[in-house]
Structures are given as C-alpha cells and as structure tokens.
Design a protein around this ligand. Structure first.
Ligand SMILES: Nc1ncnc2c1ncn2[C@@H]1O[C@H](COP(=O)(O)OP(=O)(O)OP(=O)(O)O)[C@@H](O)[C@H]1O
Ligand SMILES: [Mg+2]
Length: 291
C-alpha cells in the first residue's frame, strides 16, 4: 500500500515537473544549540544573494519559534500548513521582502505530517511551480533535528551547521554533525560570533579532526565561512533590521558577502556538472525517495 502510494506520488511529481525550469539550490541552515545565529545568517545571506541578482526564497521551517518574520519585520497570517489544508494557495502565503526575495512561512509542528497524503501533495505540487523560478531556497530549520527536518537535511543540496565557539555549542554542533552524517556525506559549517578567521579555523579544525577519527575519515566536512562577533548584529536584530542593510560597512556584512560568493561559486560549478533537475519539484522528488 505504502509502496504503491509512493510510486503514484513519484509519477505525479515527474508529470508535474515543468520541462524547462532551472534547478533551485536548497540550502538548509541548522544547528545543535539554539540561539547561535541561524535566523540572522539565513535572513542576511538571503538578502545579499538577492542583491547579487539571484532569485531567492527563504523558508522558515521554525515558525513555532518564529523569528524570520521578526527579522524581516513583516506580519505572517498563513503558512505552508494552510496550503496543505487547502485553506490558502502557495501564492497567498508568499511574502515579498525585497526585489528577488520572498519569504515562505513554514510550520514547525508535526501537524504538517498529517497532511502528507496524495491529494494534498497533488494540489501542493501544482501550486508549488510558482517557486520553480527560484535560484536558491534557504531553509532555516530551527535548532535540533526533528524527524521532518531530517527529510530536508537529506534532500537539500547543502546542509550548513552553524555554531558559536563556546564549548557547549561546539558539543551540540558535533552531535548534530554526527546525526547529519547518517543522512549524507557532505556537511558545511559556519562559525558565528568569532573574533577572527584564525579562531574560526582553529575551532573548525578541532571539530573536523574529531569527526574524522570518530565518525568516519571520508566525511566531507568543510568550513563555508565565519562571521565576526559584533554588537551591531544584536542592535540591528533589536531594530528589526538586517545588519547587511543597516551596517553595510560592518565586518559581519563583509563575512556574509564572502559566504554568498562561496555559494554563488557552488551554483556555477553545479550548473556545469549536474543534469537539470527542476526546482521545488526536484526537492520533492528527492523527499519522495524517503517515504
Ligand atoms: N555575529 C554576531 N555578533 C553578535 N551577536 C550575534 C551574532 N549573531 C547572532 N547574534 C545574536 O544572537 C541572537 C540570536 O540569533 P538568532 O536568532 O539568529 O539565532 P537562531 O540560531 O536563529 O536562534 P533559534 O535557535 O532560537 O532559532 C541575535 O538576536 C543576535 O543578538
Ligand atoms: Mg532562529
């Protein structure tokens, strides 16, 4: 029963995939410990990528502890759960933030899993093509890895584990890496709230060394970048502004620019080597494989 359902779902995904749409890169931002800067990084990174001319979506999968709406200073009325319940269309829930940037309000509760049935997915897939024009979708997952977040972490193109350099956060980041390593072999890290490149590299090297000897030597763990600790970040969060907008001369903004350029380089590289797999339908196809 489950198998036929999965097969039908797969056929549906294939038939509803638009033929010429481009591939959207899905980047999941996660962490072990809460409050390490996931939403700050997700929102500023999304903004900078959009400013660079990419079409960007940012998906708040942590709406229970909602803060992307706060980060962008917008009001959310309906989220993806309303779409699955048939109470709103995908277009209804999208919140335009700036040129090239939309916020997709998510739902963190497990209630969403109750709606994972054929008819609703069918509706969703047809509607979700609105999102296929996106170049990048950033998924802010919230801290800790629940069951439904694992599906995203497996299906995403990149998983970024954020940590700060304090021992408790490092321990939790390592535990997260260990879990993610059961789902995939490539994991990226961002060191937030560091003093320097040197500190970021030293903390990363330590984590990588332990991961290589205790998880597996072949684990592809890479440092995507770092963000310096700067009171301007906390000030801008309090003012409900992005630091990349409010403080374009700050060092955290330069750090985000660097991370964005790394991501753009990945996008270009992958455009050359990977066969076309279309947007959101592509992500769902990959999610489907795990049912
Ligand atoms: N580079 C930084 N420098 C200074 N303060 C920072 C920096 N990054 C984040 N912060 C502070 O940490 C706070 C928490 O950040 P944020 O809300 O992005 O974390 P989070 O990981 O999304 O949290 P949660 O797990 O609750 O979703 C911010 O409000 C900000 O004050
Ligand atoms: Mg957050």
């Amino acid at each position: 029963m489950r198998e036929t359902q999965a097969k039908k779902l797969q056929e549906l995904v294939e038939s509803s995939a638009p033929k010429r749409s481009k591939k959207t890169r899905f980047i999941a931002i996660t962490s072990g410990k809460g409050g390490v800067g996931k939403s700050t990084i997700s929102s500023n990174l999304a903004y900078v990528l959009a400013q660079n001319g990419l079409n960007v979506g940012i998906f708040d999968a942590d709406i229970g502890l909602a803060n992307l709406d706060v980060m962008f200073n917008v009001k959310i009325k309906k989220n993806i759960l309303h779409v699955l319940k048939g109470e709103a269309s995908v277009a209804d829930i999208l919140i335009p933030i700036t040129r090239n940037l939309i916020l997709i309000p998510g739902e963190s509760g497990d209630e969403i899993l109750k709606y994972a049935d054929m008819a609703l997915f069918e509706r969703f897939m047809q509607e979700a093509q609105v999102l296929d024009k996106l170049d990048v979708m950033i998924i802010d997952t919230g801290a800790g890895i629940g069951e439904h977040i694992q599906m995203f972490l497996k299906a995403a193109d990149d998983v970024v584990v954020v940590t700060v350099p304090d021992p408790a956060a490092i321990t939790d980041a390592y535990a997260t890496i260990k879990t993610v390593a059961t789902l995939r072999n490539d994991i990226l890290m961002i060191m937030n709230q560091v003093k320097s490149d040197k500190e970021a590299k030293a903390v990363f090297d330590k984590i990588q060394k332990v991961a290589h000897s205790n998880i597996r030597a072949s684990l592809d763990l890479q440092l995507l970048g770092k963000i310096n600790s700067d009171p301007k970040v906390a000030i801008s969060v309090k003012q409900r502004a992005l630091f990349s907008v409010a403080y374009p001369n700050s060092s955290p903004h330069r750090d985000i620019l660097h991370i964005a350029s790394q991501i753009s380089a990945k996008l270009e590289r992958d455009m050359l080597v990977t066969p076309n797999e279309s947007g959101l339908s592509g992500l769902f196809r990959r999610l489907m494989e795990h049912f």
